[in-house]
Write a protein that binds this ligand. Structure first.
Ligand code: 5RP
Length: 264
């Protein structure tokens, strides 16, 4: 692997091989998502505890201080909305030249395997990988399911992740699921887990993240279950303890409660 590619990957995947990415890209198709109405304010207290930000160029330029940022994974796919015909009909929204100008560590794109736009999204990924390879910029593929959250099973996610890796993604972001080892074992590049809609309890998040890490995921790209929580800093610090400090879910939950009580 070329020096630039290796160096950029090392900016987002830490020396222990693990990572905590903070996604704040949700507005690119769903508008001012709850508690992400002002993304700069939402993310400011979380920045010290994340390893990279997953963000669009618009929010990056308008809301993130370039002198106090974390490494950037730039979301470069989009062009659809929650009220439009089909979320899967995404294109590439941002050029590689712009990614370089913004000094990003990686770029991210969604793929929609099994959708009417499967072919387009996979060819978009391939094109982005070609451009990324030319400039030493890693591509993170997001195995998107659109509104069909029920698709999140091991068979489907293993298929999507493997295709993303085959097409050249350097990191694949997917959902945790039962039998998650089937997803990770079939994917020859590092896998990170998204959080999905906010869960009832914090412990549920700690448990699936812990399980995913035990089964080979290298970390998370997890947003709503952090910044929609009433105690987002406690939440991200507890997640960090699982990802970077080998904490078990019970210990992470205790840390969450300790920090939460300290805030009160
Ligand atoms: C939105 C995304 C998000 O980055 C991803 O879903 C992670 O966020 P969350 O943990 O809130 O699901 O790709 O399109």
């Amino acid at each position: 692997m070329d020096w630039g590619m290796k160096n950029r990957l090392a900016q987002v995947i830490k020396s222990d091989g693990h990572c905590l990415f903070m996604p704040i890209d949700h507005g690119y198709f769903q508008g001012p998502t709850r508690r992400l109405e002002k993304p700069g304010e939402t993310v400011e207290p979380l920045l010290p505890y994340c390893d990279a930000l997953f963000v669009t160029r618009g929010v990056l330029r308008s809301s993130i201080d370039p002198e106090k940022s974390k490494p950037i994974i730039l979301r470069v796919s989009g062009g659809t909305s929650v009220i439009g015909k089909d979320l899967a009909n995404e294109g590439i929204t941002t050029s590689m030249e712009e990614a370089i100008r913004l000094n990003v560590s990686a770029v991210g794109i969604s793929i929609f395997v099994g959708s009417d736009y499967e072919r387009e999204s996979l060819l978009n990924l391939s094109k982005l990988v070609d451009e990324g390879e030319a400039y030493g910029i890693p591509v993170m593929a997001v195995t998107a399911v659109g509104k069909e959250l029920k698709k999140r099973d091991a068979r489907y996610l293993a298929l999507s992740c493997r295709i993303a890796a085959e097409l050249g993604a350097k990191i694949v972001k997917t959902y945790w699921c039962e039998d998650f080892e089937k997803v990770v074992d079939g994917c020859p590049v590092p896998v990170v887990m998204a959080g999905g809609p906010k869960t009832e309890t914090e412990l549920e998040v700690f448990e699936f993240v812990y399980d995913g890490i035990q089964k080979g995921a290298i970390g998370v790209n997890l947003g709503r279950n952090v910044w929609q929580n009433d105690h987002p800093v406690a939440m991200i610090r507890a997640l960090r303890s699982i990802i970077h400090e080998d904490a078990i879910p019970k210990e992470a939950n205790e840390l969450f409660n300790e920090i939460k009580e300290g805030e009160a």
